[in-house]
Design a protein. Structure first.
Length: 313
């Protein structure tokens, strides 16, 4: 049996849906029963309540589990939460942990979550349990956050200059998580995952203009201006600082600017293009439908009201 953590979040819920689509039973770890209602109704998904920060809740969730797909929020306690799960999995005799990380994890990264993912990856590799690392690029779904501003004034303001980014569709990450968690030969492997094209923000705007049906213009703003807009939109200062770090990293180019789709080729999968993703999500970009998720749950839990404006983590 496979345990999927973070099952109520953007990536975890996509992984659960992929198991359902494939008709493969899975167990979903959920800390908030109210959020689990949609999952309990799905056949083939066994929902267990547990908190990654509370070891006592993890032993029952890990009973009979061979493989864990480890996902949790990019929040202040991410390292503690994921390392607690790793310890509990080792104690429970789990065979392998497939960790959803991020692209460019580095203990000296200027981006806090780049450092956090590096810490967890190192901890996992030394823990005495099998491991597989999935390192996705920026998610295409983060562009949902721009929809309100794009629709209001036809602009898409980012402090990204002419940088190219190769965002990946979360649905593709879920397919890769499914394949590497259920298939053989993926232990002790690290998979970098990007989308199939590295696009400038102007090119992203061309796609979005065609989907929205009106011109969307990229405006290259200063990082300081972007930070101010994030704060004005209700993003907590700590996370506005994180996004500021990330934008500065991306502005200078980096791993997310390069296309790396080897994992798709190895697994016989086809990466979704940004245009395909945008067409599938047309209702969200046109403002007629709510996205499944706008901001990571760690941010929502920060007890602030967060509206559109800004993309990043
Ligand atoms: N956004 C990007 O562009 C991007 C790109 C590459 C990698 N990543 C990485 O991908 C990962 C997943 O991101 P996401 O956007 O899918 O996150 P998300 O939507 O915030 O989902 C996180 C999930 O983790 C759960 N969780 C958090 N703390 C928990 C705890 N203590 N116990 C049990 N469950 C807990 C949340 O539960 P609740 O619903 O109860 O809060 C939620 O289900 C992150 O590590 C992020 O760094 C993100």
């Amino acid at each position: 049996m496979i345990l999927i953590t973070g099952a109520t979040g953007l990536t975890g819920s996509a992984v659960v849906r992929e198991f359902v689509r494939r008709g493969r039973p899975a167990r979903a770890l959920v800390r908030n029963p109210d959020k689990a209602r949609a999952l309990t109704a799905v056949s083939g998904v066994e929902v267990v309540q547990g908190d990654l920060l509370v070891p006592d809740t993890l032993a029952p969730a890990l009973e009979g589990i061979d493989t864990v797909v480890l996902i949790s929020s990019a929040d202040n306690r991410m390292v503690e939460a994921q390392c607690t799960l790793i310890d509990a999995a080792v104690a429970a005799g789990v065979g392998r942990i497939v960790k959803v990380s991020g692209l460019g994890p580095d203990l000296s990264s200027p981006f806090r979550f780049g450092r956090y993912h590096a810490q967890v990856e190192q901890y996992l590799q030394a823990a005495g349990v099998g491991w597989t690392l999935l390192r996705p690029s920026q998610f295409m779904q983060t562009y949902y956050r721009e929809a309100p501003t794009m629709l209001a004034d036809g602009t898409f303001a980012q402090p990204l200059g002419d940088t190219r980014l190769a965002p990946v569709d979360v649905q593709d990450v879920a397919e890769i998580a499914y394949a590497t968690a259920t298939g053989d030969g993926h232990a002790s492997k690290t998979f970098e995952i990007t989308g199939p094209q590295a696009l400038t923000m102007t090119e992203i705007c061309e796609v979005l203009s065609s989907v929205v049906g009106k011109p969307i213009r990229y405006v290259d703003i200063a990082p300081e201006e972007k930070r101010k807009r994030l704060l004005d939109a209700g993003i907590p200062p700590r996370f506005a600082d994180d996004l500021d770090d990330l934008f500065r990293l991306r502005r200078n180019g980096g791993p997310e600017s390069r296309v790396d789709i080897k994992v798709f080729e190895q697994l016989g999968l086809r990466p979704t293009s940004f245009a395909e993703f945008a067409e599938r999500s047309a209702a969200v970009f046109q403002g007629t439908s709510e996205p499944e998720q706008l901001w990571a749950s760690g941010w929502q839990n920060a007890d602030v009201s967060v509206q559109g404006s800004g993309s990043g983590v």
